[in-house]
Design a protein. Sequence first.
Length: 400
Amino acid sequence: MIIDHLDDPLPGSSLRPTPTGAAYTDREVFAREQADIFEKMWNCVLRADAISSPGEWKKVTVGREELIVVRTRKAGVKAYYNVCRHRGMRVCTGDEGKAKKLQCGYHAWTYALEGELVAAPNLTAMPDVDREEYGLKPVHVRQWLGYVWVCLAGGDSTAEPPDFDTEVLGEVRTRFGQVESIDNYGIENLKLGQTKTYDVAANWKLIIENFMECYHCATIHPELTEVIPEFADGLASQRKNGEVHGSSFGEDIQGFTVDGSAGVAALPAIAPNQDRKYYAITVKPQVFINTVPDHVIIHRMFPVSEQRTIVVCDWLFLPEVIEGVAEGRYDISKSVELFHRVNLQDFEACELTQPSMSSTAYARGGALVPSEHHIEEFHTWWQSTLALLESAEMHQVRVG
Ligand code: FES
Ligand SMILES: [Fe+2]
């Protein structure tokens, strides 16, 4: 079957089973993940200041849906399905733009930034057409950490989304001890220093699992383990003796940079236990947050298929640092280079793992060592969200 870790093949062993290979290769499993996870939960899609003035919009993909996220005149942010209510053409083409109104290029139905239908050829001759009802279909929008988060639950924003406090902030509370700890970093006021997009030939779950453990750190992350020596022991940063734990910089390390040299101006409000420490949080289903004293790194994942995932990584710094970079007073390149290398190392490992997921040798899955056992929580959550064991059709893709 797809996952059989409830049926422990190694009772009493240090090793715990993973889902079987098919969980990472089966198209139907992926379609259910899109429908039941990504199209139901809150997704972090965009830095809010990426659309800073009214009319600026960007296209994003969540699950199987294409959305447009737009800043409206009232300085709010809205998100809509990029689907014309007339006969369905994509309203916005290209990846981004700026417009006073959003006009479909087929028959010129025209929508206000706030979504309602405001013009169409011969619209006045159709007085019965309700302009709100035939406006662009909205999705739920929240802003947190300076990012736009959207939720497609319910198909449009008239249905209640899952509670943001429980679903998103709850994850941070669990991993970080208390949600206030993240406030110290003032992430919503930081500025983008660098962004990189990685097109990874691996299933999104392999990327999450990789992010959740540090058993691989000594093998593939020489620069990271130099900066944070305790990673060589294989413990993930948030887990040490079961407690929330920031991972300490090495004694001779000055900053979270590729060669351990000094970083840039520290974030002013961090607590003493956040100085010279690295924290990592996974916010299911598609966000990874890393905090260090002078910057914050945020990854957003966008699964494309069962074996392809786009990962966008942002490096965020104080506004004065970003200004200083332009004036030559600050250099963030060594800070960015450290996690860029970590990303390349991680994604290469994931890409070299993905092909084995369809191998007979992995038909019954792999194993988690004790420092990876916490990944079982992710697997249990995934399994219960999809209710795979209940599904008759899933049995048809059983392996082994
Ligand atoms: S499909 Fe958009 S105006 Fe006709
Ligand atoms: Fe890693």
